[in-house]
Ligand binder design. Structure first.
Ligand SMILES: C[S@@+](CC[C@H](N)C(=O)[O-])C[C@H]1O[C@@H](n2cnc3c(N)ncnc32)[C@H](O)[C@@H]1O
Length: 175
C-alpha cells in the first residue's frame, strides 16, 4: 500500500478534486447537519447526493455528535431544508445501502460510526454502489480515530490500493 500524505491539502482541495474528476452522483454516510455535503453542493454543479444518517440519539453513547433526539430531529429537518435537491435517507448505513443500486455512484464519502467494525461494514456495504472508477473516501484518518485508520489501511492493503490523505482535514481517498 502506498500512502500519499498531502500535508497542505484540506476539505476544499478534496471537493475541488471531486469536481475535477467530474462526479455527478455521490453519497455521504454520516451527515450530521450537512456541513460537508453543503460544501460539495456549493462547489459541484448538478451534483446529486444521497445523504444517509439515522439522526438517532443513542442512550449512553458518549460522543459530541450524540445529541438529544430533539436536536437530531432538527439536524434532519435542517439538511432536508438546506438541500432539497438531494435524497435524504434517514436510516443506518447498511439499511440505506439496500435502497441504492449497485454501480450507480461516482463517489462515496464515509463519516459515520468510527469503530473498526462499523467502518469495515460501511466500506463493504457501499463499495459495490460505486461505478467501476468510482471514488471511495471518508473522514477522520487521524491519530484521534485509530480504528478508522486501521479499517482504511486494512482495506487498501487487501485490495492493493493506495491512499491520498488530505492531512489538514483528515480526509482519506483510495486511488
Ligand atoms: C462525524 S458526524 C458526520 C459529519 C459530517 N460528515 C460532516 O462532515 O459534517 C457522524 C454522523 O454519523 C451518524 N451515524 C452514526 N452511526 C451511523 C450509521 N450506522 N449509519 C449512518 N450514519 C451514522 C451520526 O448520526 C452523525 O450524525
Amino acid at each position: 500500500m502506498h500512502v500519499i500524505d498531502q500535508r497542505s491539502w484540506d476539505a476544499v482541495d478534496f471537493v475541488m478534486h471531486l469536481h475535477e474528476l467530474g462526479v455527478r452522483r455521490g453519497a455521504e454516510i454520516g451527515v450530521l447537519q450537512g456541513d460537508m455535503s453543503s460544501k460539495m453542493t456549493r462547489v459541484i454543479p448538478d451534483l446529486h447526493m444521497i445523504l444517509v444518517d439515522p439522526w438517532l440519539h443513542v442512550e449512553g453513547y458518549n460522543d459530541v455528535t450524540n445529541a438529544s433526539q430533539l436536536v437530531q430531529d432538527c439536524r434532519h429537518n435542517l439538511v432536508k431544508a438546506l438541500m432539497p435537491q438531494h435524497t435524504v435517507i434517514r436510516k443506518t448505513s447498511v439499511e440505506a445501502a439496500k435502497e441504492v443500486e449497485d454501480g450507480s455512484l461516482d463517489f462515496v464519502y464515509i463519516d459515520a460510526d468510527h469503530t473498526l467494525e462499523a467502518v469495515l461494514r460501511d466500506i463493504e456495504a457501499w463499495h459495490p454502489k460505486l461505478k467501476p472508477d468510482g471514488i471511495l473516501a471518508g473522514h477522520d484518518f487521524s491519530t484521534r480515530h485509530l480504528m478508522v485508520v486501521q479499517a482504511v489501511c486494512d482495506t487498501a492493503i487487501k485490495w492493493d490500493r493506495s491512499l491520498i490523505i488530505y492531512q489538514q482535514d483528515d480526509i482519506w481517498r483510495m486511488v
